[in-house]
Design a protein around this ligand. Sequence first.
Ligand SMILES: Cc1cc2nc3c(=O)[nH]c(=O)nc-3n(C[C@H](O)[C@H](O)[C@H](O)COP(=O)(O)O)c2cc1C
Length: 406
Amino acid sequence: MGGPVSQKHIVVGVCGGIAAYKVLELLRLLTKEGAVVDVILTKNATNFITALSVEALTHRRPYISMFDPLCSPYTHIELGQSSDLFLIAPATANILGKIANGIADDLLSTTVMATTAPVLLCPSMNEKMFLNPIVQHNLSKLKAMGYYVMEPGSGELACGATGPGRLPEPQEILEEISSLLSPKDLKGVRCLVTAGPTREFADPVRFISNPSSGKMGYALARAAAHRGAEVILISGPTHLSPPKGVKLVKVISTLQMRDAVMAEARRSDIIIKAAAVSDFRPKMKFEHKIKKDTSPLIMELEENPDILRELGELKREHNFILVGFAAESQDLVANAQKKLLKKNLDVIVANDIKMEGAGFGVDTNQVKIIVKDQGILDSGLRSKDEIAHLILDKVKGLLGELHKGP
Ligand SMILES: Cc1cc2nc3c(=O)[nH]c(=O)nc-3n(C[C@H](O)[C@H](O)[C@H](O)COP(=O)(O)O)c2cc1C
């Protein structure tokens, strides 16, 4: 069990472009995610990065020439056929031209020709080269033939010019790969995810909040989008970039989050409430910054609406799967199970906030996924992306039952 990249065989072709150095970080990330990564360096790529760095990061010797003693007579066919995904980054103007025109004159271009795996091309070059009509024509031709192309970023290029041609960041390429390798089992499903903390202002600069980073909710939104769902992410303030293809609705307070959620709830098939909302807000908000000499200051708090309970009520009339989170510091399972019943949830994801590497702020989590009338799954310590997929696997199972009807 793992994320979509785990245990996949990914062949990475690296060409002689200045951005080749960025691919070393991508190789590290892919290997960390559990992928088996084989690298083909073009002869020109070895002027930019070394075989030694590649091997140190992937733990596998890269291939360079078809006629190396490392290659068997059929390496180009075997690598092409055994891969789940074929990535070329940076893809030079040269390799784009070769693939688009059926030229197979080295190991990389020959192996691409032999592959039946999806091919993801990440063009990167000087902006004049990128905008050259021949390169653009080759890219259109490749897209039309079913090659996936990640558009280069715009900005200052290594050569000093400004314009399109930058290789996307390694994390962005990893996201694209995860998306391509994810099953599209949530296609046609509308998924609403809430994430992050809320802020309850007492004066223009001070607020009540909590340390939620939003990472778990964003990971869920990303995973659902990769699996083909239409995703609406309602988020409190975070430092995270919204996942590609997701509709982001930004809110600040619990009241705003409630309004945004209720406006979308009836049209949703899945609602996942991963946000850590404030249960209370200051009863009175000062118009101006509270001065020190206001002391002693007694702040009265009033209760915020319970969004999860409202959704649980709405679920009695509308068919959707409702997933809640329970961050507990004691009696984890018992408290979570109580919340699941009380709020009419289908699934509750419980995490022990005292456990190291789990909960607020970190990239990992360890949760118990409790499905109503079914068992409890202990995730073990995993990345939040992997946990998101585990939660969606459970939700997917329930969705099937929901659509089958009574
Ligand atoms: C310093 C330097 C940087 C280069 N950067 C790029 C680049 O970013 N993109 C590109 O398409 N070509 C770039 N080139 C040109 C390619 O290296 C050249 O077209 C080569 O034939 C590509 O071979 P390959 O596709 O087999 O690796 C660069 C050349 C040099 C000398």
